[in-house]
Design a binder for this molecule. Structure first.
Ligand code: K1U
Ligand code: ZN
Length: 168
């Protein structure tokens, strides 16, 4: 088990578009285990491989209060989306900032798990929001991209300043 380093906005590596997973082997399952460890330790309700500088279409999540419902989605696809809802979102790659983002309310998702099994399921509420947020990461997109240029630039400046302070 290993804790992975989470990239922070505005790191350009967060803009990489991830490639499909083709091999469901032991190395992949070890990486999934490290992703869960990193997400729980952060703590977060989701984590995309992009955030730890692995550019494959894989995300982990657990939106349960008891933190006992881990779910791994590999090569996820949104088959159907309907309704709209606005929710406060945070991001482990944008630490300390929470902003409202509008997303689809209900989604139907198809994804493989870490063993290669293909599953289809429906999600709503925070689960649907989290899946959409994490799938955006796999496209190199961040929740700050939904904000005004002014808000996004303010967040960027504050995070760059914090990074410089930590480095000095
Ligand atoms: O960085 C990430 O992608 C994880 C992010 C996921 C997310 C949060 C809120 C809305 C949509 C997606 C987080 O987990 S930020 C931390 C957070 O929200 C949280 C952490 C612990 C307990 C409860 C929430
Ligand atoms: Zn995020």
């Amino acid at each position: 088990m290993a804790l992975l380093n989470i990239l922070h906005f505005p790191d350009p590596r967060l803009r990489t578009v991830a490639k499909a997973v083709t091999e469901f082997d032991e190395e992949l399952r070890q990486f999934v285990s490290d992703m869960f460890e990193t997400m729980y330790e952060a703590p977060g309700i989701g984590l995309a491989a992009t955030q730890v500088d692995r550019h494959i279409r894989l995300l982990v999540m657990d939106v349960s209060e008891a933190r006992n419902q881990p779910r791994c989605l590999i090569n996820p696809e949104i088959l159907e989306a309907d309704g709209e809802e606005e929710m406060d979102e945070g991001c482990l790659s944008v630490p300390g900032f929470y902003e409202k983002v509008r997303r689809a309310e209900h989604i139907r998702v198809r994804a493989h798990d870490e063993n290669g099994t293909l599953n289809e399921f429906e999600a709503e509420g925070i689960e649907a929001v989290c899946i959409q947020h994490e799938m955006d990461h796999l496209e190199g997109k961040l929740f700050v991209d939904y904000l005004s240029n002014l808000k996004r630039n303010r967040i960027r400046s504050k995070l760059v300043k914090t990074l410089k302070q930590q480095a000095s």
